[in-house]
Design a protein. Structure first.
Length: 175
């Protein structure tokens, strides 16, 4: 008997605590934090914050709740559709960017190849470096190119002294 009375007392105490806890959780507290921000919670404000407003829980009719849930579902679907569209646009932009990078790399490779083909290589032969001569110019075509004037033969006489220094020019007279 004594055990049964303890059980009923414990049960009553548990129900009383549960009722007190449920009434406390039915309130919403709007707390102003020391840094100026606002926080909404189901527990009273803590540490240097002050309670701005306490709101009691109210009963919401079923039809209003169902409308709110339907609106929430529509908004979620719309947000999902917008996210999917944004991801598709980002994927298209990323693909275009990758395509542009590939095209630029291809153009760079072609330019490097053309530069390699047009440049003359340097060869090592017997202790010296040399570049091959450029290709010979094409011979003149008799129908397209004008005939070149004949080269006059050298004049007879004393050859020109290439090491002779020419005289300095005379200064101009002052006016």
């Amino acid at each position: 008997m004594r055990f049964e009375s303890k059980t009923s007392t414990l049960t009553a105490l548990f129900v009383l605590l549960l009722g007190a806890a449920s009434s406390a959780s039915a309130q919403a507290y709007k707390c102003r934090q020391p840094d100026g921000s606002t926080q909404i919670s189901t527990s009273p404000c803590e540490g240097g914050s002050k309670t701005v407003k306490t709101v009691e829980e109210e009963e919401i009719p079923d039809d209003v709740r169902e409308q709110a849930e339907a609106r929430n579902e529509r908004q979620r679907k719309q947000a999902d559709a917008m996210a999917k569209e944004r991801k598709a646009e980002e994927a298209a932009e990323r693909k275009a960017r990758e395509q542009a990078i590939k095209e630029q790399a291809r153009l760079d490779r072609e330019a490097a190849k053309a530069e390699r083909d047009n440049s003359q290589p340097v060869y090592y032969y017997g202790g010296t470096y040399y570049r091959p001569r450029p290709p010979y110019p094409r011979p003149p075509h008799p129908d397209i190119d004008p005939p070149m004037p004949p080269v006059p033969p050298p004049r007879p006489g004393k050859p020109v002294d290439l090491y002779k220094v020419p005289p300095a020019p005379k200064p101009m007279p002052a006016r």
